[in-house]
Design a protein around this ligand. Structure first.
Ligand SMILES: Cc1ncc(COP(=O)(O)O)c(C=O)c1O
Length: 394
């Protein structure tokens, strides 16, 4: 059996052991020093000046939308584009903040939004922001997408929850727009059990993210920022300051366990993503030799950090065939992300307008994925490869 994921952590036993020892001696366990250290280490690794840790990727997404709303950079009814092939809590925050969601179709061979599809959508609908998802470790032509957004004055945001570590010649995914989000849920590249991050080079946005993360108060801002805020609102005493709530927020705080695990797992992150890339390249040799299947293009990506192994078939009939091969071999599979988000019940309930999304519909009908993680052994890879052979091939 090859499950979608095997372990909760890279180097499972070592991590669990270190975690148990940490829990025995750590005080406090609520958000503190280790969360801060993890934020700094992550920001440096990612190549951003600021990183704000959250209790999940979904809350990082919601906090990012709330922060942009609080700052007045996005307002009620503003049209926010998003990748039609994405996760529920990428688009739900767009609705929750009162923005208008506009799906942008994905290009099947990229599994992602392309600049061509974005350009077509912009011609049709003026967008204020684009919350792009980099799906399954792959991405579209991000440089061209960034240029298009710049020219059209669109705020580019990246949901990089599935593509931690993927790099293009001009930089890491997650560094192409104003801000980006990451997930550290167990099934993702790097796990803190539950956890998420928002990264940006914009200090004002980072401060607002910290306000949104914790009840709307200023306790996690620098002393200088606190002074400025307290002066603006005539908050004169420390006691009053502790219970002053400046803007709309939530409680999305992580714990010291999140911080500890993040710091521990970061040590292995490069090895973790390198193994995923190696697995992919090995399996892809077989996949490329089978004309029933459409390989996902990554020639524009200099370092691939796959989240899973997508299998895209040329027809629904072929998908049935390969699904049977996989399930017969005991390999667990699932649909590609959430399929066409426009057909999800929550979307049908809250959004009236529909767009043609032929690429996304095709991926939903003809694609599926199985796991690709560092723990896959040679025999696992051989088994996956054997299921990707065309009938009659040796
Ligand atoms: C693209 C994308 N965005 C957001 C999330 C939410 O992350 P989390 O599960 O940490 O809330 C996921 C989760 O799978 C995801 O795939």
């Amino acid at each position: 059996m090859i499950p979608l994921m095997k372990n909760a952590f890279f180097r499972e036993y070592e991590t669990r052991k270190a975690l148990s020892e940490f829990i025995l001696q750590a005080d406090p366990l609520s958000m503190g020093r280790r969360c801060l250290e993890f934020e700094k280490t992550f920001a440096k690794w990612q190549g951003r000046s600021q990183a704000v840790l959250f209790n999940s990727g979904g809350s990082a997404n919601l906090a990012l939308m709330q922060a942009l709303r609080n700052l007045g950079r996005l307002g009620q009814g503003d049209k926010v584009g998003f990748s039609a092939l994405t996760w529920s809590t990428n688009v739900m925050p767009v609705l929750q903040m009162g923005f208008t969601p506009v799906p942008v179709d994905c290009e099947p061979s990229l599994l992602n939004v392309s600049s061509r599809n974005l350009e077509a959508r912009i011609r049709e609908v003026g967008l204020k922001a684009l919350f792009l998802t980099n799906a399954l470790g792959f991405t579209g032509d991000l440089e061209a997408i960034r240029d298009l957004c710049r020219e059209a004055g669109i705020v580019l945001l990246e949901d990089n929850c599935e593509s931690l570590g993927t790099e293009l010649p001009s930089g890491r995914t997650g560094n192409f727009g104003l801000a980006s989000t990451f997930s550290f849920f167990v099934a993702h590249h790097m796990s803190t059990i539950e956890g998420g991050m928002a990264a940006t080079d914009d200090d004002e946005l980072a401060d607002m993210l910290r306000i949104v993360r914790a009840n709307g108060w200023d306790r996690n801002l620098s002393a200088v920022k606190q002074r400025m805020l307290r002066k603006r609102y005539n908050v004169s005493s420390e006691l009053q300051a502790k219970y002053t709530f400046y803007d709309l927020g939530f409680n999305f705080r992580p714990t010291e366990i999140t911080g500890f695990l993040g710091l521990f797992q970061m040590k292995f992150l490069d090895e973790n993503t390198r193994r995923r890339e190696r697995n992919h390249l090995q399996i892809e040799k077989v996949l490329r030799g089978n004309e029933d299947l459409i390989p996902i293009a990554h020639g524009h990506i200099s370092r691939l950090s796959p989240f899973a192994l997508p299998v895209l078939c040329r027809s629904e009939r072929l998908k049935e065939h390969y699904l049977n091969q996989f399930s017969g071999a005991g390999i667990e599979v699932r649909p590609i992300i959430a399929g066409n988000i426009q057909t999800q019940p929550f979307y049908e309930r809250y959004v009236e307008e529909r767009f043609d999304l032929p690429g996304t519909v095709f991926v939903d009908r003809c694609g599926f994925y199985c796991g690709n993680y560092p723990e896959l052994g040679e025999s696992d890879i051989d088994l996956i490869c054997s299921c990707l052979l065309k009938d009659g091939d040796p």
